[in-house]
Design a protein around this ligand. Structure first.
Ligand code: NOJ
Length: 567
């Protein structure tokens, strides 16, 4: 990949647009009903055309697949259903060839109980190095301050192992024993895993469930200094050998605790911003900017080289852990009217159904995702407005096959439909005969094309990925307005969170004389004068304005040619 500027090359994740997908769900090349690496490689041109710059792959390692691959049985191999190691290498090469980086999963916290490490550990004598690979105890009374995360499925973080004659610790499912980071051998084993994938050329690692690496009595066993010490060590290791690679923390925590995963620029390069996500959904339902502004205002500044990862939906439930009890009740009431949609402390739905399949609302949410500070992460299928199936178990309802066409199995696979790992969506409103890539490619008014334009526009302005954030405070709280600044670029974003037309008076005195130019159509608006800037917005509409310098006189609005538009 040719990158002229070294700074741009090493900080690539700041300007990235990340696309999250599961290889199993994307494209099946050999008609066995499961997606695979050759299938994904075939679809790389689609992803390049969409404009994304990095792919985040969900776990693809050998696994009993009781937690969709987050239960790893071998860290240095490929699940045979998804292809071979050479298929993976080819995929990586082809992705790089198209300028697309690849981020994989590093599950540090736990393994499958089928991993040979655990099998050895349960048989080893207490006090021996193998036994110490995992966290064992004679009682289930230790670490009582730790919450149970999968509360719909597990009652305790301890499970009894008859073979070992002891309890083992697990923060997730009982079949996912936690590794013991007090053991130096665990660190060494994980370092080998990191080397294995980074040497191969993987560009980034998402660190799954990272707050839980260490346990200590009398604490909630989250975010402990010991855990941060592991990450500092990992960062040093990576920085010394692979300077342009990225570590992304999955820490479902309040902003202050999540920001701690950046350290002072010496831990992770990126971390997901979990708390802002449900608040975007809250703000749009309440038609009030407060939840978003509040959480972003209390988000600490991040070290220069660090970056938030922003998302609307992912492969998990819309988690409501980082909201108050009242807010959770509210979210359930408005977004999960069918109790089947609830799981653990969250809602298992995709973006389009959460937005009532309302195109304006889907666009508005994406416009926020793409204009707020941080790097946007799109969940596969959301770019075409895919639906979900809340009647499938666990979080499977948001992990159905990608819908490529109206053909058999949504063009995902040529297998007998009964052989698919899961059927594509047939809910009449989101049926794959209607919601699919082929039809949307043909129609330039489709959501897919709209997303392409959004991505392309974002990529032309570094202010989105790197700029500062300043909120404006118009009296009308249904309007969210903020300014992003980076170098010579100043961008004003104004969004109407309401389903009705709204107006606002913006204090743009700082930009007096500048001409706000609407960025999608390159349409100049009246220059900023002495009076507050008066603006009207249709239901759920938004504007991105470039605040160009030095306008001397008002230019009449012209009809931009097709070429000058962002399409
Ligand atoms: C977080 C992952 O996103 C989720 O899918 C998984 O079940 C847990 N970690 C346990 O690995």
């Amino acid at each position: 990949m040719v990158q002229p500027n070294r700074e741009v090359a090493t900080l690539w994740y700041k300007d990235a647009v990340i696309y999250e997908l599961h290889v199993r769900a994307f494209h099946d090349s050999n008609a066995d009903g499961l997606g695979d690496f050759p299938g994904l490689t075939e679809k790389l041109d689609y992803l390049r055309d969409l404009g994304i710059t990095a792919i985040w792959l969900l776990p693809f390692y050998p696994s009993p697949l009781k937690d969709d691959g987050y239960d790893i049985a071998d860290y240095a191999a490929i699940h045979s259903s998804y292809g071979t190691m050479s298929d993976f290498r080819r995929f990586l090469r082809e992705a790089h060839h198209r300028g697309i980086r690849v981020i994989t999963e590093l599950v540090l916290n736990h393994t499958s109980d089928q991993h040979p490490w655990f099998q050895r550990s349960r048989r080893a004598l207490p006090g021996t190095p193998w036994r110490d690979f995992y966290v064992w105890s004679d009682t289930a009374e230790r670490y009582q301050g730790a919450r149970v995360i999968f509360k719909d499925f597990e009652r305790s973080n301890w499970s009894w192992d008859p073979e070992a004659g002891a309890y083992y610790w697990h923060r997730f499912y009982g079949h996912q024993p936690d590794l013991n980071f007090n053991s130096p051998r665990v660190w060494r084993a994980m370092r080998q895993v990191v080397d294995f994938w980074l040497r191969m050329g993987v560009d980034g690692l998402r660190l799954d469930a990272v707050p839980y690496l260490h346990e200590r009595d009398g604490t909630n066993c989250e975010n402990l200094p010991e855990t941060h010490a592991v990450l500092k060590r990992l960062r040093q290791h990576v920085a010394a050998r692979y300077p342009d690679r990225m570590l992304l923390a999955e820490a479902n925590q309040w902003p202050e605790d999540a920001a701690a995963y950046f350290g002072s620029g010496d831990e992770c390069h990126m971390a997901f911003h979990f708390p802002v996500m449900p608040r975007m959904f809250m703000s749009i339902w309440m038609e009030d900017r407060y939840p978003m502004v509040e959480i972003l205002t209390r988000t600490p500044p991040v070290p220069d080289e660090c970056q938030w990862a922003m998302f609307l939906r992912n492969h998990d439930e819309l988690t409501l852990e980082m909201v108050t009890d009242e807010e959770r009740d509210y979210m359930y009431r408005v977004y999960a009217t069918d109790p089947e949609a609830r799981i653990n402390l969250g809602i298992r739905r995709r973006l389009a159904p959460l937005m009532g399949n309302n195109r304006r609302r889907i666009e508005l949410m994406n416009s926020l995702l793409f204009s707020l500070p941080g790097t946007p992460v799109i969940y596969y299928g959301d770019e075409i407005g895919m639906g979900d199936n809340i009647y499938l178990g666990d979080r499977n309802g948001v992990r159905t096959p990608m819908q490529w066409s109206a053909d058999r199995n949504a063009g995902f696979s040529r297998a007998n439909p009964q052989r698919l790992y899961q059927r594509p969506i047939v809910d009449p409103e989101y049926h794959y005969e209607t919601v699919q890539v082929e039809a949307q490619q043909r129609n330039q008014q489709s959501l897919l094309w709209w997303m392409k334009r959004l991505i392309a526009l974002r990529k032309r302005h570094q202010a989105f990925g790197r700029g500062s954030l300043d909120f404006l405070a118009p009296a009308n709280r249904r309007i969210l307005a903020f300014v992003r600044r980076y170098g010579a670029e100043t961008i004003l974003v104004v969004a109407n969170l309401s389903r009705y037309a709204q107006y606002a008076e913006l204090d743009l005195s700082e930009f007096r004389g500048r001409v706000p130019t609407e960025m999608f159509g390159a349409t100049p608006f009246p220059p900023v004068g002495d009076a507050p800037y008066f603006i009207t917005l249709g239901p759920h509409s938004f504007y991105w304005f470039a605040l160009s310098e030095a306008a001397t006189e008002q230019q009449p609005p012209s009809s931009p040619t097709r070429k000058s538009r962002a399409e």
